[in-house]
Design a protein around this ligand. Structure first.
Ligand code: 13P
Length: 258
């Protein structure tokens, strides 16, 4: 069974002091939680402080991006080994905001995914369709392309360090969540693709998490879906009480363990 993973993507928010305060508040409430993998992704400048705070807890820390080359003349970039050096265990890759505002292509996301996994990070690879793509019936083709290109030449063994985040672009920061049925349909489709790209075991073991206006009041319905293994939370992860409520979503009687 797949262990739930709830990740907070803090995006471009919080000073070091603010990030540290939020991490402390989360650690107090969630620091001993081992039923769910909890990951938070602060800005790069706050990583060292946040990883220091979370070191003695079960909360793990992610970078929001990394470059595909380890070091060299790449002004402004941060590499996967440097994220490891800062205490990160995860990295978010291919977020739609990176694709939309910084021109990241599927091939670039693929190179970053290799770099991240080869450095020992777990890559949280994001994909998702626009509203136009959904409405024009292109959604499944878009998802198929994004997934197969992002995972090009990734081996089945490497998928142990892989999480897929389905984030429909029209649901990000809009307050417009995909219904749990809409999300579940795409998650099941992605699991089928993973089975084809790798094998049935990989498809069953890989966590597919949902992102897009996840809030305390919709996480329960999303997590009740068999193929939704967690959430990538943006806005609501900036408020400690909301993120804590999301991690502590009402569970069905059956406890899910990896
Ligand atoms: P919101 O939860 O603010 O919609 O953001 C989702 C997201 O982009 C997480 O990566």
């Amino acid at each position: 069974m797949r262990k739930p993973l709830i990740a907070g993507n803090w995006k471009l928010n919080n000073t070091i002091a603010e990030a540290s305060q939020l991490a402390e508040a989360l650690k107090t409430e969630l620091g001993n939680n081992t039923n769910t993998d909890i990951v938070i992704a602060p800005v790069f400048t706050a990583l060292a402080s946040v990883t220091h705070i979370c070191a003695s807890s079960s909360i793990q820390v992610a970078g929001q991006n990394c470059h595909c080359v380890d070091s060299g003349a790449f002004t402004g970039e941060v590499s996967a080994p440097l994220l490891v050096d800062a205490g990160c265990s995860h990295v978010i890759l291919g977020h739609s905001e990176r694709r939309q505002f910084f021109g990241e292509t599927d091939n670039f996301v693929n190179a970053k995914t290799h770099a991240a996994i080869n450095s020992g990070l777990t890559a949280i690879v994001c994909l998702g369709e626009t509203l136009e793509q959904r409405e024009s019936g292109e959604m499944f083709d878009v998802i198929t392309n994004q997934l197969s290109l992002a995972l090009n030449e990734i081996t089945p063994a490497q998928t142990e360090n892989l999480v897929i985040a389905y984030e429909p672009i029209w649901a990000i920061g809009t307050g417009k969540t995909a219904t749990s049925e809409e999300a579940a349909e795409v998650h099941a489709f992605i699991r089928g693709l993973l089975s084809g790209l790798f094998n049935h075991e990989v498809a069953e073991a890989t966590r597919i998490i949902y992102g897009g206006s996840v809030k305390p009041n919709n996480i329960g319905a999303l997590m009740a879906e068999a193929d939704i293994d967690g959430a990538l939370v943006g806005g609501a992860s900036l408020t400690a009480s909301d993120f804590i409520a999301i991690v502590n979503y009402p569970k069905p009687l059956k406890v899910v363990q990896k």
